[in-house]
Design a protein around this ligand. Sequence first.
Ligand code: GLU
Length: 373
Amino acid sequence: MNRKPEDFRRIVVKIGSALLVDARAGRLKRDWLETVAEDLAALARGGRDVLVVSSGSIALGRNVLGLPKGPLLLEQSQASAAVGQIALARAWSEVLGGRGLTAGQILLTLSDTEERRRYLNARATINTLLALKAVPVINENDTVATAEIRYGDNDRLAARVASMMGADLLVLLSDIDGLYTAPPQKDPNARFIPVVERVTPEIEGMAGTVGSELSKGGMVTKIEAGRIATTAGTTMVIASGHKLHPLAAITAGDRCTWFLADAKPGTARKNWISGHLETRGLIAIDAGAVRALRAGKSLLPAGVKRVEGTFQRGDAIRVLGPAGEEIARGLVAYDAVDAVRIIGRNSSDIESILGYAGRPEMMHRDDMVIAGE
Ligand code: GLU
C-alpha cells in the first residue's frame, strides 16, 4: 500500500540538525529549508494541521560562538542553543511567512509533556495556534533543560508532541532513508525494512549505536520514538531528508520506513485516564450536562451542581449524574477552590469571577472518558 502524508489529518514533521545545518560552514541550509516549507504549505493548504519539531539550535549556535568541533559540555550546548535558537526561529518564520504561514515558537522541556498539569497548558497553547492556522515550530528548551530533565534528542520529543497533540502522523526526516536490519554503513548485507507492524525487541536490536556528531539521535532514539508514537495511535515514517522537497518525495513513493499505529490517536491517552484508579474528587452535574457529555461535548461550568474534594488542576476526578451515577472520569481544568467559584456560571463570566481567563470548559472532551465508552 502506498501511504502518503496527505492521507493524514494532523502531521508532526521532525527535522534533524544534520539536515538543517551545513556542518562545515555551521550555516543553515536555506535553499533546502525553502523546499520543506513549500511542502508544509501544500499540506496546510489541503486543510492539514502541520507542526514542526526543528533541531539545529546547538549546531547553529556553536559555530557563532566559535566552539571547537567535538562533544560539548552541557553548559556549552546550552549557551549554543541560546544563540542558535534565535536564528532557527527566524529562519522558520521567514520561510513559512514567505508562503503565507505564521510560525509560532514553542520551547518545551521534558516536564511539559510528562506532567499532566503542564501538559494541559502546552497542549492548549499549541491547539490555539493550530486553530488560528499558525504553524507551531517546536524545539526542546535546551537553555534551561539540565541533564536530568532533558530529552536530549528531538526524535523522542517529537513522538511525545505527536501523542500529546493527537497527531495521526509523525514524519522523521533523517539522514538515512529508513530502518535496515543492521546499520548499512557497517553491514553490507543489511536489508531495508519498508514497514514495521510492531516495535518488537527484534526491531530494537536493529538500531546499532548512535549517529553523527550533529544529531543526538541515531536509530536508537528513532525506534524509541516509533514505540512512543505507535502505542499512542500515531503512525510514524522515517524518510530521508537528503533531497529537496522531502515530504513530496514520500508522496511520490520514495523509499521510507512506515511504523504502523497500534490504536486510534487519543486511545492511549483515554486508556491512561480511565486507568486512573485514584481520583481526587468529584463533580456532580445536571441532566442537561449529562446529555451534552453523552453527545460528545465538553463539560461547562454552567452544568455543574456541586464540587467535592481537594483536587488540583489536571487531577483525575469523577463526574456524577443527578442520581449519583458515574457519568465520566477525566482531568479537571480548574483546582477545587476555583471550580467551586464558577459552579453554574457562564463560561464568559469566568475571567471576572476568578480574575484570570481560564478555559471555557470545566473538563475538556479530550480529557474525559465517558463511563461504558
Ligand atoms: N534540541 C537540539 C537542538 O536544537 C537537537 C537535539 C537533536 O539533535 O535531536 O540543537
